[in-house]
Design a protein around this ligand. Structure first.
Ligand code: GLU
Length: 373
């Protein structure tokens, strides 16, 4: 408790310091705001953006400015984060709403559904033009993929985080948040699905993944970002190819529970007991984060077949981080009635399988879904 109190006092001081820095930056704002307006000539008024706070490092504070990677996450309220970037008020009318104050590793199905339903409610309000969600970086890839598949709106939804707390030297949260609001305010962002904005880049929620534990350039999409945000301008270069939001078969408003889907991670000497535990815990599907092209060790084939015989779907994915898993290549999927991911990482395949299982338990249909989204 004592340590927490000290952290808070220091972080308040450091936050005050960053507010002063923010004010100094504000003098540069007019030139930054002009291109944004130029990129949206049709918009006679500023966009109305709701910024939903959920926690993470963007809401974090460290004991010292040199604490770039050791700090307490999820402590600064969203309204305070917004107030620390006064430049935002020049580009949009923003309103903060605190939905959670957690590290994103604590997101589970219930929290994901609660967040999605609130976003959906806000998107239906005619006076809301877009949503920004401040989020811990650990699971942005799961939340943004889930929203990308379940929201029923063309309005921009942008998930944003930071790798360094606002108190750190070289903090990235202020610019990331400013950029996220710019992207959410831009008419060009409509109809592109849920986006993730960090480190000057705009990613599709489908592809984005965290690839480094501490660097600010941690977010990557295997096929590259959709665009950049620079000097107050949103620059798109690519479009998402896979169906999203209004084009999918899921509607967040109609989802009340997600089925249990487990990920079992493969390694030399993987314990078959992990498969049994997943089955015992009620998994309706197991995503097997296999080596290489979805390879399954000889001693793991029988446990996975046994799980399938009990009705649990088996999805071969890859732990390599990119590439597609080829059906009937490393394993006879037709014979075992197993499934393969397309290029989805195991944690993203878990989201897609949970959604797919709300629609069907037919393996052929499930495989089509895995290949479609
Ligand atoms: N683990 C925390 C989270 O994901 C902090 C990491 C971050 O936000 O960068 O919320």
């Amino acid at each position: 408790m004592k340590r927490f109190a000290r952290l808070t006092t220091l972080s308040t001081l450091l936050l005050a310091a960053s507010l002063t820095t923010g004010a100094a930056h504000a003098q540069l704002a007019p030139s930054a705001a002009t291109p944004a307006q130029a990129s949206a000539p049709a918009e006679a008024r500023k966009a109305n953006i709701v910024i939903i706070g959920t926690g993470g490092t963007i809401a974090g504070a460290g004991a010292a400015a040199t604490n770039t990677a050791a700090y307490q996450s999820a402590v600064v309220p969203v309204d305070k984060i917004i107030a620390s970037v006064p430049e935002i008020s020049k580009i949009a009318n923003v309103k903060g709403e605190q939905v959670f104050q957690i590290g994103s590793e604590s997101f589970n199905n219930e929290r994901l559904l609660k967040l999605g339903k609130r976003v959906s409610e806000l998107l239906k309000q005619p006076d809301v033009d877009g949503i920004v969600i401040t989020h811990g970086t650990d699971t942005i890839e799961e939340t943004s993929y889930f929203l990308n598949l379940t929201l029923k709106s063309d309005k921009p939804v942008v998930v944003v985080g930071s790798m360094r707390p606002g108190t750190a030297l070289g903090a990235d949260g202020a610019l990331n948040l400013y950029d996220a609001v710019l992207v959410a305010s831009s008419p060009e962002s409509r109809g592109k699905g849920t986006l993730a904005v960090l480190n000057d880049e705009i990613h599709t929620g489908r592809d984005v993944t965290k690839t480094n534990t501490f660097k600010t350039e941690t977010f990557r999409s295997p096929f590259g970002p959709l665009g950049y945000v620079v000097e107050g301008r949103t620059l798109y270069f690519r479009l998402p190819a896979r169906p999203h939001t209004t084009q999918t078969e899921w509607d967040i408003d109609k989802l009340d529970k997600l089925p249990e889907v487990a990920v079992v991670y493969a390694y030399g000497n993987v314990n078959p007991g992990a498969v049994d535990a997943a089955v015992k815990n009620g998994a309706k599907a197991i995503v097997y984060a296999a080596t290489g092209n979805g390879s399954v060790g000889d001693y793991m084939v029988e446990p996975l077949k046994a799980a399938r015989a009990k009705g649990v779907q088996i999805v071969r994915a890859s732990r390599t981080g990119s590439g597609v898993v080829i059906r009937n290549a490393e394993q006879p999927d037709d014979k075992y009635d197993w499934l393969v991911t397309d290029d989805q990482l195991p944690q993203k395949a878990r989201i897609l399988m949970a959604l797919a299982l709300t629609k069907t338990s037919d393996s052929k249909e499930l495989q089509k879904i895995l290949w479609k989204y």
